[in-house]
Design a protein around this ligand. Sequence first.
Ligand code: UDP
Length: 320
Amino acid sequence: MILITGAAGYIGSHVNKLMHENGYQTIVLDNLHNGHEEMVKWGKFVKCDLKDVKLLSHVFEKYDIEAVIHLAALASVKESVEFPQKYYKNNFQYTKNLLNVMEKFKVGKFIFSSTASVYGEPNFVPISEEHQLKPMNPYGESKLMVENLLSEKSKNSDFNYVIFRYFNVAGADSNSEIGEIHEIETHLIPKVLDVALGKSKRIAIFGDDYPTPDGTCIRDYIHVNDVASAHLKGLNFLENDKSDVFNLGIGRGFSVKEIIKSCEEVTNCYIPTVVEERREGDPAILICDNQKAYKTLKWKAELNNVYTMIESAYNFHRKL
Ligand code: UDP
């Protein structure tokens, strides 16, 4: 069985679904702080916080777990700048708990959701995995700490990992049964769609004085189902008893203004904007070099059209 942490969340629910479509049985763990139980439509759900080592051990005792996909984390750059300790504890300390329990039960296959935030302000784009790691915010820092721990842990041991550095994950499953829901939404695309759906009045553009063609930040948006499919490839890769790190992105960047314009096209709505201060911890440009995942894992982003990504997110959001 495959254990997925954070499977009631946005990315986790898509990974969980794909695992089932491919014949895997899953145990899904979530503390439901940010996740939603109705997003767990497959597998055996256990409400569990990773600080609860006793319950975690019980899960490993009860089920025959062969690999762990660890997606449970706090993931807001803004919140991490305000509460760095919270990020250190949740993202690093609790991952350590999970790894300790895995070691105790001799489970040695681990897929970890990391982030492009580990790179910080890039020296070059597209960013390859060899780029220096210099996070600009505690969120990226907490993920890098886990990456370093994994690399240490795999030396001279039976423990192997795949690290995926996600760029900006977007979109929703094509039949709209799962998608992105956050109590407090911070991500650009769902926030813009909320304006189109009349849930808020305008979108704030965080800075239009960046060194980019239109002055707004450029990001590489990747469809959540492409991220999910990489995890399937990751499980296959772990069969070789090797460890490695891969970027997940489409290899093209879109500015905040371009995303807003695409949202206008998809929704057929005018989206009012207001320019605000830069958000602390935001690099100007993040674009992914995804060649390593392509060459090594034979993984490719299939749903790499931003318009259709936004359309799938819109179809989900308008149903809520
Ligand atoms: N952004 C923005 N207004 C918002 C939310 C986000 O201008 O209300 C910008 C943000 O500064 C960044 C980009 O949109 O440049 C993507 O931000 P998001 O929070 O979606 O993802 P992140 O890049 O932080 O992972």
